[in-house]
Design a protein around this ligand. Structure first.
Ligand code: EPU
Length: 424
């Protein structure tokens, strides 16, 4: 299995361009099912789960032409409503195909989706099913492994999300586009990726209002056209690189990004003394003028957008190991997203786990190179940042879990001066 071998201590310098958002791209691909027309997607990140989504779409009958970061999808001949287990149980967002297929065919068969093990058990899909039932569908479950959702006639619904969920909001929003009548979704997630998807669908004939707010109203339409969707910049890459620069006390310009999407992180930077400048599509993290400078420790609690993203919690924990003082980190979105900190402790970090949702980090502490295994995408990038700070050499195994979120990370970091190698 490929590994990263990283020798810490180098200061990074230069520019790094952010790729298209994984979590936007993974939704626009199934959204292609809502139309019979050809859609062009640009600025696609070249990462594993995108390839898996295309495999799934192709298996349903779509024609896909891929050229670098552009894809042209012709969904006209899609004639199947069953997601093959061997393709769909490999990644979480296979579940995003269900709503559009249900809207198109009135019936879908699919397995429980795979993905990072960061939530309760194998990450539930109960809320998706609750939403489909609200639209009038019935759900047959085979012991939580395989599902058959169908409806004679779907109807509009007034649905309140019992908890805020990004993918369920997107899924029900897409499904409702083709259901006659007025659907109201309440307590919606408000992530920029949802707004970008809604803006695109509206430009192609959908009638969605309120995306990016807690209440969405969707008037069903008969037909959705298709045009070009440019994937928005990945805000989690932007934030990860910003933290990488600050934690390694480097000067880095992050380009092709939207700093407005990471204001929760930048407001923390303001409080702890990280110096930066920003424009509409760039962010410059400045090197401290005094090499002895330490930013201050600061408590965070993860929150739905626009709060502090759970996907930046792990890089932030690494940063706090280098801060002056004690910080309390509370992870409230997922049950198992602090498990990885054990590896950071092995590197020399001083961390006390209070309970599965809270840790206390004391800094600054010296980190040392170790042999580690990346458990999931975001813990993986955190380990890379820790390795860049650490004395000595770190080996990170299972980097498949990093490649899933960050395109060609090693090559991009080498250009900034990082000593990182991929060993096949
Ligand atoms: N949940 C349920 N039942 C469901 C669905 C979700 O209980 O049917 C729970 C989850 O277990 C979690 C909470 O709801 O405790 C919120 O999760 P949410 O559904 O919002 O997460 P998601 O939509 O599955 C997306 C991103 C995640 C990101 C979260 C939170 C995508 C493809 N994934 O996941 O991204 O952490 O929102 O912002 O959009 C990542 O990129 O590494 C990643 C995990």
């Amino acid at each position: 299995m490929p590994k990263f071998v990283i020798t810490g201590g180098n200061k990074l310098a230069g520019e790094i361009a952010v790729k298209g958002a994984k979590n936007a791209a993974l939704k626009i691909i199934p959204a292609a099912l809502l139309s019979q027309e050809t859609i062009t997607i640009t600025n696609l990140p070249q990462i594993e789960d995108i390839g898996k989504s295309f495999d799934l779409l192709a298996d349903l009958g779509a024609k896909i032409e891929l050229n670098g970061d552009t894809a042209i999808i012709n969904p006209e001949n899609i004639n199947k409503f069953e997601l093959q287990s061997k393709l769909a149980d490999k990644f979480r967002t296979s579940v995003m195909f269900v709503g559009p297929l249900l809207a198109r065919f009135g019936e879908v068969k699919f397995p429980h989706p795979g993905g990072c093990v960061i939530g309760a058990g194998s990450r539930p899909i109960d809320l998706f099913l609750e939403g489909f039932r609200a639209f009038g569908a019935t759900v047959d479950e085979e012991s939580g492994k395989y599902y058959h959702v169908k409806a004679k006639q779907l109807h509009a619904a007034d649905f309140f999300f019992p908890l805020v969920s990004v993918t369920v909001t997107e899924s029900l929003m897409m499904t409702a586009c083709l259901i006659p009548g007025r659907t109201i979704l309440r307590n919606c997630a408000m992530e920029p990726e949802i707004e970008a998807l809604a803006d695109y669908l509206n430009s192609q004939g959908a009638k969605i209002s309120g995306a990016g707010t807690p209440k969405m109203i969707i008037e069903g339409v008969e037909k959705i056209g298709a045009g070009t969707f440019q994937v928005i910049p990945d805000r989690i890459e932007t934030g990860s690189f910003a933290i990488m620069a600050a934690a390694t006390k480097s000067e880095m310009k992050i380009t092709a990004c939207n700093p407005e999407h990471i204001l929760s992180l930048l407001s923390v930077f303001d409080k702890i003394g990280v110096d930066y400048e920003k424009g509409t599509d760039w962010l410059l993290i400045k090197k401290p003028s005094n090499p002895e400078f330490n930013f201050k420790a600061y408590d965070i609690r993860t929150h739905e957008y626009p709060g502090f993203p759970t996907d930046l919690q792990s890089p932030y924990v690494v940063m706090m190991t280098q801060a002056q003082g004690t910080s309390l980190i509370q992870e409230v979105i997922y049950d198992r997203r602090l498990v990885w900190i054990d590896m950071l402790s092995q590197m020399g970090a001083k961390i006390i786990m209070c309970d599965p949702h809270r840790i206390v980090v004391s800094g600054p502490s010296k980190l040392y190179g170790k042999k580690l295994i990346s458990p999931d995408i975001r813990a993986g990038i955190a380990l890379v940042i820790a390795a860049l700070i650490a004395e000595g050499t770190t080996e990170i195994d299972n980097i498949y879990q990093i490649d899933r979120g960050y395109e060609k990370l090693d090559e991009r970091l080498q250009k900034l001066g990082a000593d990182i190698r991929r060993i096949e």
